[in-house]
Design a protein around this ligand. Structure first.
Ligand SMILES: [Zn+2]
Ligand SMILES: [Zn+2]
Length: 215
């Protein structure tokens, strides 16, 4: 699907003016494959490492994944607005891992970006500490064979992508029911964690510690 209205956002002066208004938070623009939305990550300074992790996962892990559910998510991304703002916090007061913000409930940042670009800008939020502690499935035998630091990093990257894609599916398809969206994202978590732990996940582990060889 053709992206609309994003051209003016390429003006660095325009974007800089927005960003200077947001005191106390930092912004990073992540530009993946052309057909995917640009992600504008907005985070407090302590979230810098998490933002870098999401950028790496979006640019290097998601495009390289082979599992069928990752392929269908990549198709879904083509149906999103040309830009999605991702608001990062360590935790949400409601303890959710993340939310999508339906049209009309976005932050001032997102509404201004949409008004000034003349296009649609989506918005979601993610709570990175809640996501780090989230363990939706019992560990597989494969996971048990991998050293803990590597495993924790792979699991965090997988969980972060899972929640990000879950919320993006809600934005792309407001008519999809929660049970179906959740079923897809649970499947993604399970399949992708196993893929990243195994030999076939080598190219998707870009920038990460090498996983120890498996028996
Ligand atoms: Zn909530
Ligand atoms: Zn949901």
């Amino acid at each position: 699907m053709k992206k609309r209205g994003i051209g003016r956002l390429h003006s660095p002066g325009l974007l800089r003016r927005f960003l200077e208004r947001l005191r106390g938070r930092e912004q990073t623009l992540v530009r993946g494959p052309r057909e995917w939305p640009l992600l504008l990550l907005s985070y407090p300074p302590k979230g810098r490492a998490v933002a870098a992790e999401i950028g790496d996962a979006w640019l290097h892990t998601l495009p390289a994944l082979r599992s069928a559910v990752a392929v269908s998510y990549r198709e879904m991304l083509r149906g999103l607005p040309p830009m999605v703002v991702v608001i990062l916090r360590d935790r949400n007061v409601c303890s959710c891992l993340g939310h999508h913000h339906p049209s009309g409930t976005e932050s001032r940042l997102t509404r201004r970006l949409a008004a000034d670009s003349g296009g649609t800008v989506g918005e979601i939020d993610l709570a990175w500490e809640a996501i780090r502690q989230w363990q939706p499935n019992p560990l597989s035998a494969l996971a048990a064979a991998v050293a803990e630091p590597s495993f924790n990093r792979l699991q965090f990257r997988t969980a972060m992508l899972t929640v990000l894609l879950h919320e993006l599916e809600h934005l792309a398809h407001p008519d999809h029911r929660e049970a179906a969206v959740r079923g897809t994202s649970d499947g993604f978590y399970r399949e992708v964690l196993n893929e990243l732990l195994g030999e076939e996940g080598a190219s998707a582990r870009y920038g990460m510690q090498p996983a120890p060889s498996l028996p």
